[in-house]
Design a protein around this ligand. Structure first.
Ligand code: SAM
Ligand code: SF4
Length: 329
């Protein structure tokens, strides 16, 4: 019987973001250097068996929502096998994936069959040339094709993750929002976070600035979403079929309701995206530690989960820790 996992700040922890690879087939300017990152070796990356044992223990502790991420999760061989096995855990009530969408057209059917119904696709622009500049790969149409396939197959919801950057894609905020009139997308505008070497101060645009732009288009009304205890504020244009989300990790930090844990592809548990503290679980798994010992280590890490991040003080000065590609967004 799964228990209820509560941290020292009375937050219920029920969500695990599991990064299954540090590899990626794009080089987004806000996430990866042009030449890529030093790669983890094959041995450093957790096997699927190790991941599944961790997921099983986490579900016994009270985790009921799992998001598979990366790097780009669809580049890892056997990803459908892993998803299917995770979905088989009775305590997993929600299984989702975050992908850049490049391989989505090929994988969408398999993902659905494996038990994934919720999908987040990163797309920062509707202009193919700009897409190539932001991701450093010329493959906008492949992503769009993947999105069409996901809609046709009935994924619910299909969320678009848009990282807003001044001077790069802020001229498209309205066009991206307008997609919700035509498609049942949930378009989520995400504040640019200081993980990359891109000059943060000149590129950052707050969610409130985005909101001000959106309300000039049409009256926005608050929207309800299923599974909606995440960090986004949700809205809808009257008559639109899709929704709009604002995710403000910098300007309106969502720490008081943070319900998540992250595990990196090399098996490090992170209880806060913005903390440098990591707890090595892979080593315990490889030493064949007893279930109760692994659970105790996870519990102690959760006990140290910070009450809140202090990123706003750091944000315009330097980027922190590992980039998103190595943590798992
Ligand atoms: N490769 C997949 C993708 O791009 O969707 C999954 C991993 S990616 C690290 C997860 C999410 O993190 C993406 O939506 C991406 O846009 C977001 N992300 C990466 N770097 C970011 C940054 N510096 N600020 C805000 N969001 C970022
Ligand atoms: Fe790859 Fe996703 Fe990072 Fe882009 S945001 S470089 S697609 S991991």
């Amino acid at each position: 019987m799964p228990s209820c996992l509560v941290d020292n700040h009375h937050r219920r922890i029920d969500y695990l973001r599991l990064s299954i690879t540090d590899r990626c087939n794009l080089r987004c300017i806000y996430c990866m250097p042009e030449d890529g990152m030093p790669k983890l070796s094959h041995d450093e990356i957790m096997t699927y068996e190790e991941m599944l044992r961790l997921v099983e223990l986490a579900t016994q502790m009270g985790i009921s929502k799992i998001r598979v991420t990366g790097g780009e999760p669809l580049v890892r061989k056997g990803v459908l096998y892993l998803c299917r096995k995770i979905a088989e855990f009775e305590s997993v009530k929600s299984l989702s994936i975050t992908t850049n969408g490049l391989l989505l057209a090929d994988y969408a059917e398999g993902l659905l069959a494996a038990g994934i119904k919720r999908i987040n696709v990163s797309l920062d622009t509707l202009k193919p040339e700009k897409y190539a500049r932001i991701t450093r790969r010329d493959c906008y149409h492949k992503v769009w094709h993947g999105l069409e396939r996901a809609l046709a197959l009935g994924f619910q919801p299909v969320k678009l993750n848009v990282v807003v950057m001044k001077g790069w894609n802020d001229d498209e905020i309205e066009d991206l929002a307008r997609l919700t009139y035509r498609y049942p997308f949930h378009v989520r505008f995400i504040e640019f976070m200081p993980f990359s070497s891109v000059d943060q101060a000149s590129k950052y645009l707050s969610s409130d600035d985005v909101l001000q732009r959106l309300v000039k288009m049409a009256p926005l009304v608050p929207a309800k979403v299923n599974n909606g205890n995440g960090p986004a504020r949700h809205y809808k244009f009257p008559g639109a079929v899709g929704k709009i989300g604002l995710i403000s990790p910098i300007s309106h930090h969502f720490c008081p309701t943070c319900n998540r844990l992250r595990v990196t592809a090399d098996g490090k548990l992170r209880t806060c995206l913005f903390s440098r503290e990591e707890t090595d679980l892979r080593d315990l798994l490889r030493r064949r530690a007893a279930d109760e010992d692994i659970v105790a280590v996870i519990r102690r890490a959760i006990d140290r989960k910070p009450e809140r991040h202090t990123l706003e003080s750091e944000v315009f000065r330097k980027c922190i820790g590992r980039p998103m590609v190595a943590i798992g967004g």
